[in-house]
Write a protein that binds this ligand. Structure first.
Ligand code: ATP
Ligand code: MG
Length: 272
């Protein structure tokens, strides 16, 4: 006899071939989101407004936003977080990392397939990560893949079928080239993701990743950073993406004796 439980477990088993790729999203948010200053919350909050707009307004079935900023400023992780927090039934990441070795035609196919799959879901988010790399942009002679560009232009401008709604979140570190490529008009809104510029934000990150085991050591390190010229108010001296900062911190951690010195040295070595 088939009972209700069998029925429910069967539903669990019939995972669609498309849908939310949890693993893929998790991977790009591996290190979590540290709320090192108000801009982080602000970006997530604004992202959520667009998610809500797509969810509730029947007049805007297609909304696209662009997260741009400094390399390593956290665009991919923020984009993926906004997508994940939408709880939409279809969430997919289009990433150059998953298309290594693809020819142009394969890329065009893969991108098109994601959009077509999204049209089967009432609510979808597609994250188009690192758009310049997806386009094989090369500053040498300003070369790029025209077929990928044309595909994106068409798909990003196309309203989903009736009753379907789609949010597109794209990321780039090369905001200006999107204008040259005619891509910037396709975005409804642009959010700037800024690098870390204050000692206070450094302080939060260092504390959050538990670089030091005692608060005494932590304080000492902050004092050292202040002596090196890092300040709570923004200045040109400090400008570092969270991605690079986290990797510097992990490097510094390797030699337990001189963690604070190593970190200060690395940050000063940025030469800004
Ligand atoms: P790239 O320019 O190389 O594409 P990116 O700007 O996309 O880099 P991410 O790949 O998102 O940067 O890297 C940010 C890393 O920092 C991730 O591992 C993420 O988990 C972590 N992280 C911690 N706090 C934050 C934050 N507030 N915002 C974004 N990322 C954060
Ligand atoms: Mg990225």
């Amino acid at each position: 006899r088939v009972n209700r439980q069998d029925f429910l477990s069967a539903l669990d088993e019939v995972q669609p071939a498309f849908g939310v790729s949890e693993e893929e999203l998790q991977q790009v948010i591996q290190n979590g989101i540290i709320h090192y200053d108000a801009s982080v919350e602000e970006t997530l909050r604004t992202g959520k407004l667009f998610v809500d707009q797509v969810r509730t307004s029947s007049r805007t079935p297609l909304v696209s936003i662009l997260l741009h900023g400094h390399p390593g400023s956290g665009k991919t992780a923020l984009g993926a977080t906004i997508a994940q927090q939408s709880d939409f039934p279809f969430i997919k990441l289009i990433s150059p990392d998953s298309m290594v070795g693809y020819g142009e035609a394969q890329k065009v196919n893969a991108i098109t397939r994601v959009f077509m799959d999204s049209y089967k879901s009432p609510l979808s988010v597609i994250v188009i990560d690192n758009i310049e790399r997806l386009l094989d942009w090369s500053p040498m002679g300003a070369r790029f893949s025209n077929s990928v560009l044309q595909t994106l232009l068409v798909l990003m401008g196309k309203r989903p079928p009736k009753g379907r709604r789609l949010l597109i979140i794209a990321t780039t570190s090369l905001r200006p080239i999107l204008t040259d490529l005619g891509l910037s008009e396709t975005f409804d809104s642009e959010l700037n993701v800024s690098p870390i510029t204050t000692l206070r934000a450094l302080d939060v990150v260092i504390r959050e990743v538990k670089l030091f085991s005692s608060s005494q050591e932590h304080k000492e390190a902050i004092r050292m950073l202040a002596e090196a010229g890092f300040r709570d108010e923004e200045n040109a001296k400090l400008q570092i993406g969270i991605k690079k900062l986290l990797s510097m911190i992990e490097m510094a951690r390797q030699e337990p004796a001189n963690v604070a010195q190593r970190l200060t040295g690395a940050l000063m070595g940025l030469g800004m």
